[in-house]
Ligand binder design. Structure first.
Ligand code: AMP
Ligand code: MN
Ligand code: MN
Ligand code: MN
Length: 288
């Protein structure tokens, strides 16, 4: 099992553990290097860092940015970003403002479908500045519209179903520029999750490369073992570094747990290969 996990969420976005609880949990699970990558917000990193120091675990400053590409929503993870960088902060703030407008539109759509009160309901679950579909999903579960969050995303909030609204996120190239200008590395998140065919996947990798992207999540809580191998091949083909992350959102979700990720497939070049902070973790075995 790998002791590195470079994708996770706290209550700052749509995770259910606070940054403090999340870092303590990661440490208890045997994780030694973790990135907190909240959606469109870096507001949890300072708190996470304090706890990481106390727990003796290495925290990588991260963020998961929502971008639009070719009419689709794609996620770009930034690792080793500077959470005080002006352009990055301004860009994230604009995305969060867009989320508020989108939340109002989602609520209006749900209202039309006979589900009233969802904006106030979702807000009760959105504890900080990010409001997401996950918060609507929790409200819908609590009100008996589906048995769990996963089931919500089959009946609501997705294309063709009640509560779906299309939304324009940041441009891929601007999000990658914010990440890189702040000193970070841009990682294409969970490419296996976008439900797109081979040709579109290749177009996505090409666009990501052209926009300055440098790495891809090969091992992800959203990928099957076949997809670990598939995206290890993509990483080689597109000369991208390889990352690994559970995308953990907390115990109440049937997401992949922390501390259970397998190592990167042989032949991958780990995204962390040149990170100075990894020198402290020399014993960490990176690849199969
Ligand atoms: P948003 O960024 O507001 O569109 O919300 C996206 C979030 O919804 C993702 O980060 C996941 O946490 C969650 N989500 C999306 N699809 C699913 C699914 N099928 N099952 C569970 N959670 C999902
Ligand atoms: Mn999420
Ligand atoms: Mn994601
Ligand atoms: Mn995520």
């Amino acid at each position: 099992m790998s002791k590195i996990d470079l994708h996770s969420h706290s209550t700052i976005s749509d995770g259910t553990y606070t940054p403090t609880e999340l870092v303590r949990y990661a440490s208890a699970q045997g994780v030694e290097v973790m990135a907190l990558t909240d959606h469109d917000d870096v507001g949890g990193l300072a708190e996470a860092r304090l706890v990481a120091e106390e727990q003796g675990i290495c925290l990588i400053n991260g963020v998961e940015i929502s971008v639009s590409w070719n009419g689709r929503t794609i996620h770009v993870v930034g690792l080793r970003i500077d959470p005080t960088h002006g352009d990055l902060l301004a860009g994230l703030e604009a995305i969060r403002a867009g989320r508020l407008t989108r939340a109002e539109a989602i609520a209006a759509e749900l209202d039309k479908a006979g589900v009233p009160g969802s904006l106030a309901g979702a807000r009760e679950y959105a504890l900080e500045r990010v409001i997401s579909r996950t918060h609507f999903a929790r409200f819908l579960v609590a009100h008996g519209h589906a048995k769990d969050v996963k089931a919500v995303f089959k009946k609501y909030l997705v294309k063709g179903k009640p509560g779906h609204v299309s939304h324009r996120w940041a441009d891929m190239s601007e999000a990658i520029a914010w990440i890189k200008d702040s000193g970070g590395v841009a990682v294409l998140a969970h490419p296996g999750r976008y439900d797109i065919g081979k040709n579109t996947l290749h177009a996505l990798f090409t666009a990501f490369k052209e926009a300055g992207g440098e790495a891809v999540e090969v091992v992800s809580g959203s990928h099957t073992p076949d997809q670990y191998r598939l995206f290890a091949d993509f990483a080689r083909q597109y000369d991208l570094l390889a990352s690994a992350g559970s995308d953990y959102h907390g115990p109440s979700h049937n997401y992949f747990d922390m501390g259970k990720l397998p190592p990167l497939p042989a032949g991958c070049v780990p995204v962390w290969q040149d990170w100075p902070e990894m020198a402290l973790f020399d014993s960490l075995h990176c690849c199969a």
